[in-house]
Design a protein around this ligand. Structure first.
Ligand code: NAG
Ligand code: NAG
Ligand code: NAG
Ligand code: NAG
Ligand code: NAG
Ligand code: NAG
Ligand code: NAG
Length: 357
């Protein structure tokens, strides 16, 4: 059984093998087509297009709306070359005569122009917690539906803008983004990246705003505007009891503040976990008991914000002038004056009254 079926198959196969080359190719469908299927070319660039057809057809026109020249032909193909693409919207059309009927194929030529100049509008120094409008421009890009503009902080994308329009000619792209400055931002620049994605027909083009010729990095800085220190007599009224009062004006609201009190070069107190001050202006009070020898020494208040740990602290200084010391000096001077007065008095008395005999 199996042997017989195999025999029949073999005979059939032989018949085919013998007669196939002379059988008419009735099944082959007539076609005319342009290659590449999706012609993509840079504006100003050159392009070769090839129209091929089934054997039963004869290609008689193959043209575009661009300046072209013949680039060879064969029995069932015809090629043209476009030396310089100078239109944003162009089509190629191929027409063939196939057994009395006309067949057409058209292809849209997609023309692109990668971003070359990308700029980020300058922003005044960023203050942590404030919001800024960042504006990025990419000049002369086409087609815009394949373009995106991304704001980057370091390598992280903050925001990406896409463009929906079908406009084919090159245009300037403008993207904006409201950015709230964060603590730690000073470490990384904000740059803008324009992308033209024509893949797989053409490469992926990317251009950063920080590339020359226009550097546009945004840097972050923020400090307290002003730091003031004063020495106040404590309300307890006790002798030598004082308060060092440090006022910090206009701090960044989302950043930890470290306030250190220092006396004569030695640290007294550090408020280092005073996180996220709720107010713009903050007052720190450090009670201190002074000694007579502190009079005339300096005390300081040093302020840092933790998003700039590498920056010198803001420092305000005050000279310690204690009323107790003043009183002590007054007492001391008056005592000396009194003593001197007594001595002078004694001397005068002696002079007037004469030495005892
Ligand atoms: C055009 O296409 C045909 C058929 O695919 C090919 O034989 C021919 O070499 C191509 N010509 C050019 C110039 O690419
Ligand atoms: C491109 O040109 C063709 C004809 O030349 C036109 O029909 C088509 O609307 C154009 N497309 C655009 C997006 O301008
Ligand atoms: C780019 O544009 C082409 C047509 O012009 C489209 O087919 C393709 O999907 C687009 N690619 C992207 C990433 O938008
Ligand atoms: C950005 O902020 C401005 C005002 O500063 C506002 O008019 C605009 O709507 C904001 N844009 C977005 C996308 O939030
Ligand atoms: C602020 O301090 C707190 C507690 O000390 C800490 O958890 C937080 O990470 C700090 N914030 C920043 C921005 O460093
Ligand atoms: C600050 O730190 C001290 C110990 O270092 C801790 O007892 C206190 O709870 C902290 N305060 C805040 C507001 O984190
Ligand atoms: C903080 O201090 C500054 C400078 O003295 C002042 O102009 C501002 O109004 C103060 N802010 C608040 C909320 O009190």
């Amino acid at each position: 059984m199996a042997g017989m079926r195999f025999g029949k198959f073999c005979v059939g196969f032989l018949w085919c093998a013998v007669f196939l080359p002379i059988c008419p190719r009735a099944e082959e469908k007539a076609f005319v087509k342009i290659w590449p299927e999706k012609p993509v070319v840079e504006y100003g660039g050159s392009l070769v297009l090839n129209c091929s057809s089934s054997a039963s057809c004869k290609i008689f026109t193959f043209e575009t709306s661009l300046k072209q020249k013949a680039a060879g032909s064969g029995t069932s193909w015809k090629a043209i070359s476009i030396p310089a693409v100078d239109k944003w919207n162009a089509t190629a059309m191929c027409e063939g005569q196939c057994e009395g009927q006309s067949l057409f194929h058209t292809a849209e030529i997609i023309v692109y122009q990668p971003p070359r100049i990308v700029t980020l509008d300058p922003v005044p120094k960023l203050e942590v917690g404030n919001t800024y409008k960042l504006t990025c421009k990419a000049f002369d890009v086409a087609p815009i539906r394949n373009s995106t503009v991304t704001f980057l902080k370091g390598e992280d994308a903050l925001h990406t803008e896409t463009f929906k329009s079908n406009i084919l000619h090159a245009m300037n792209l403008v993207a904006t983004y409201n950015y709230t400055a964060q603590p730690g931002d000073y470490k990384e620049d904000i740059v803008c990246l324009a992308t033209l994605n024509m893949t797989p027909e053409a490469p992926l083009f990317q251009k950063r705003s920080s590339d020359k010729p226009i550097p546009s990095a945004v840097t972050i800085s923020n400090f307290p505007e002003r730091v003031v220190i004063e020495l106040q007599k404590s309300s307890t009224g006790q002798s030598w009891a004082y308060n060092l009062i440090c006022r910090v004006f206009r701090v960044a609201p989302v950043s930890n503040l470290t306030v250190t009190f220092v006396k004569g070069g030695k640290m007294l107190q550090k408020y280092h976990n005073y996180s996220k001050p709720a107010h713009e202006n903050n007052t720190f009070t450090h009670p201190i008991t002074l000694q007579p020898q502190d009079h005339g020494q300096k005390a300081a208040c040093q302020v840092t914000q933790d998003f700039r740990p590498d920056v010198e602290p803001f420092t305000a200084k005050v000279e310690l002038r204690t009323t107790e010391t003043y009183r002590a000096i007054v007492v001391a001077t008056s005592s000396i004056a009194l003593l001197a007065g007594v001595l002078v008095g004694v001397l005068l008395l002696r002079l007037v009254c004469g030495a005892p005999k």
